[in-house]
Design a protein around this ligand. Structure first.
Ligand code: ATP
Ligand code: ATP
Ligand code: CA
Length: 216
């Protein structure tokens, strides 16, 4: 179990805080608005109504003992930056920040925060990917054009050998198959697939795109 603090409990900060709780972590929340803090007060390990630009308020919620702090104040550029500066002064090493604009990103980058998040752009890209490649439930970019993709197999592919599905694209690896409660991994080329298997493949995006028509 880790301890996190979420500064700014709008829709984004609240969703992040609730998911961290669901994953079994300890979460502290801070927001300037009582109406944002109150609905979460019973769920968070500690919830405070305070100004994130007040260094003393940040000190009091014990941000220094957190494994990471998420600053989810989007629109208020000044509050976001001041809050990050205080967290830096207090010695918080892992600071993740939601950015609302290019100038905001540029300043955060100069301040050396660990990760800058652009929810609207990132979600826009994910939705476009899902529209482009609807059989893919989830994907993960591994860098260098390599991806991990999760595919729900359709009935037509019942009884197909993995090698036949991947003909001409042997650089794609069968990473795992989830069949009901069981996980089969790695997946050898002669593995016979069943309808409703969940198949996870790893390989270059170009080849994953080439086999896409075989999956629908
Ligand atoms: P979201 O897009 O996540 O729903 P939002 O658009 O409602 O957020 P933002 O301006 O991004 O609002 O701010 C997120 C939260 O940060 C709000 O709940 C707001 O009350 C809080 N907030 C803004 N400034 C401060 C501050 N100085 N101190 C504490 N909380 C603040
Ligand atoms: P985002 O959160 O994605 O940055 P936003 O908060 O800037 O979006 P929204 O209110 O979500 O703005 O609106 C998104 C876009 O939809 C804007 O570019 C806006 O001009 C456009 N839009 C809003 N209402 C209409 C409408 N009735 N007809 C056409 N476009 C609209
Ligand atoms: Ca917003």
């Amino acid at each position: 179990m880790s301890q996190f603090a979420v500064i700014g409990l709008g829709r984004f900060g609240t969703a992040a805080a609730l998911e961290l709780l669901r994953l079994g972590h300890d979460v502290i929340g801070l927001d300037g608005a009582a109406k944002r803090v109150n609905p979460l007060a019973s769920k968070l390990s500690y919830a405070v109504i305070a100004d994130a630009t007040d260094e003393q308020a940040l000190r009091e919620i014990n941000v220094t003992s957190c494994d990471a702090v998420l600053v989810a104040i989007g629109e208020n550029l000044e509050a976001s930056i001041l809050s990050v500066l205080h967290l830096k002064n207090l010695g918080v090493a892992e600071i993740w920040v939601k950015a609302a604009s290019r100038p905001h990103h540029a300043i955060l980058s100069r301040l050396g925060v660990s990760r800058i998040i652009h929810p609207e752009e990132e979600m826009g890209i994910r939705v476009a990917q899902a529209l482009n490649y609807p059989m893919v439930n989830q994907y993960m970019a591994l860098g260098h054009g390599q991806y991990l993709v999760e595919i729900e197999l359709i009935d037509r592919l019942d009884g197909t050998r993995l090698a036949d599905l991947l003909t001409g694209c042997e650089q794609i690896k069968g990473f795992l198959v989830k069949r009901r409660e069981a996980i089969h991994s790695p997946v050898p080329p002669d593995f016979v697939l069943q309808a409703s298997d969940t198949l996870v493949l790893a390989g270059p995006l170009k080849l994953l795109q080439r086999i896409a028509p075989r999956l629908v």
